[in-house]
Ligand binder design. Structure first.
Ligand code: GAP
Length: 477
């Protein structure tokens, strides 16, 4: 027996053309707030710029994203090991890495309204993305702004201080006095926690080069950002994987990680045509070659992740600054060398925004209503199943029993409020892949209706087969 409420089948024509996507940043932000995915940070105090809190649905999706990444790059990656390093590190780490000296953004102060702006953002917005700011030197940026008399986006005046570099690291101090000896930083990337543990991991696991160290954790950057929701925030999570290899094999592994990073995204249901590689023109001081995978966000093509060939810069610098050897001794040949590193780095929150954008869809139903549906890969969906009793009083007991059993296997939700059509819509909006509807037949034959989010098709299944049916459908390969 099918359940009314979807007005299936869908109309053949969709509410958007093949190339025109329904998604906009506003729609994502509004849906996230309404459905408990992401709220503005410190909301009741009027928020705090560029901070966001994950709600009950959002935290599940983000955890699933992190789990999927860990599965691919630690669990299924031969010779890769995880760590969870401290956020607060010895300040010498940041001297060695070069962050204290040169981790900065080019900024200008408006002398009229006293706001601070990033020079590269000013040019990017003015030129509507037609100028490649990444390839410009600071002098070129200054000349461009002066020549085009780019005005302050806040007050509309053209009266800037010259471009100056501001360090992006958040400073704090340990202990009770605030002298420079006690100055420490909130880490601006997780990568250094992997580099400083190179010898610890290698020795404790007896790993042979090539091997990888992976980490997921918070990073902090004092960025001035043009909004854009969770695209760029001051506090975010990174998922980083450092692959330690011998010089000469680095290019091969760089290409391998480019492919692995791309394949990971398509395994999460990203359309290949929404992804592209972009080589870095201006390389970081440590890099031999580097590229981004860009995603077609609602704000346009933008960096989703980076793949960097960092040479042996990081380990060499840590050897120099710590005085501890970073040499690896090949157990077969006895050769000693400091390994090269191929880094793959992606923001969990940046990927979350991409996942939300890719999943968002609007469809016109037969009755003319619009259905908003998030087509997440089932492995990423917050709840795998929603249990919906058709009627509260007489079916609630049986539905609760089914819900409790399913909760032992997956994240599930339960909804008995409102018409079944409305309840389906709510689950579609948070991307629940399966709805299990309990009706009067369930009481006599122990079967339920299982409704598929994407096709809206419904099948009848014995309760005893539910777990294995859903388990198979939500697997991530
Ligand atoms: N260890 C290398 C590194 O940190 P990055 O390009 O600065 O490289 C890597 O950052 C990734 O981290 C980016 O591709 C992006 O996904 C994410 N990311 C960087 N800054 C971010 C920010 N302010 N907010 C959110 N995600 C950010």
């Amino acid at each position: 027996m099918g359940v009314e409420g979807d007005f299936a089948p869908r109309l053949p024509e969709r509410c958007f053309m093949e190339e025109k996507r329904a998604v906009t940043m506003d729609k994502i932000v509004n849906l996230c707030k309404a459905r408990g995915i992401i709220f503005p940070g410190s909301d009741i105090y009027g928020g705090m710029g560029n901070t966001w809190d994950y709600g009950p649905v959002g935290v599940e999706i983000k955890n699933n994203i992190k789990r999927a990444w860990w599965k691919k790059f630690v669990q299924e990656s031969e010779n890769s090991y995880g760590v969870d390093a401290a956020i607060l590190m010895n300040s010498r780490v940041w001297e060695a890495s070069g962050h204290t000296a040169s981790f900065s953004d080019p900024k200008m102060d408006c002398k009229e309204c006293k706001t601070r702006q990033r020079a590269d953002n000013l040019i990017e917005n003015y030129s509507k993305g037609t100028v490649d700011v990444d390839a410009m030197t600071q002098e070129e940026m200054q000349a461009y702004i002066d020549e085009h008399k780019i005005k302050c986006p806040i007050c509309g005046k053209f009266n800037w201080t010259p471009i100056r570099n501001f360090n992006l690291m958040f400073e704090t101090s340990r202990g009770v006095t605030e002298d420079s000896q006690n100055k420490i930083y909130l880490r601006p990337e997780t990568a250094q926690g992997e580099f400083v543990n190179f010898q610890n991991v290698q020795r404790s696991t007896r790993a042979k080069v090539p091997f990888g160290i992976a980490q997921i954790g918070k990073a902090f950057r004092n960025e001035i950002t043009p909004g854009n929701f969770i695209f760029r925030t001051i506090e975010f999570e990174q998922m980083e994987h450092q692959w330690f290899c011998k010089e000469g094999t680095d290019i091969e592994y760089y290409e391998k990680f480019k492919k692995a990073a791309f394949d990971f995204l398509t395994s999460l249901n990203f359309k290949p045509e929404h992804l592209r590689f972009k080589d870095h023109e201006k390389l970081a001081h440590y890099a031999k070659c580097a590229c981004d995978i860009q995603y077609l966000f609602p704000i346009g093509w933008s960096e989703l992740n980076g793949i960097h060939n960092r040479t042996n810069y990081d380990l060499s610098r840590h050897q120099e600054y710590s005085g501890k050897s970073m040499l690896y001794v090949d157990p077969i040949t006895g050769e000693k060398y400091i390994p090269y590193v191929v880094e793959y780095s992606i923001g969990a929150d940046r990927l979350m925004l991409a996942v939300l954008s890719e999943a968002y869809d609007e469809e016109t139903l037969e009755n003319g209503e619009t259905r908003v549906v998030m087509h997440f890969h089932p492995a990423l969906a917050a709840y795998k199943v929603a249990v919906l009793p058709l009627q509260k009083k007489e079916l609630g007991g049986k539905a609760t029993e089914i819900y409790r059993e399913l909760c032992r296997h997956f994240m599930c939700t339960y909804d008995d409020a409102g018409s079944i059509g409305k309840r389906y819509r709510r689950q579609d909006e948070i991307g629940t892949p399966y709805c299990v509807t309990v009706d009067f037949d369930t009481l006599s034959d122990d079967t339920v209706t299982v409704r598929d989010r994407d096709t809206m098709e419904q099948i009848r299944l014995p309760i005893s087969e539910l777990v294995s049916y859903i388990e198979e459908k939500i697997k991530l390969y």
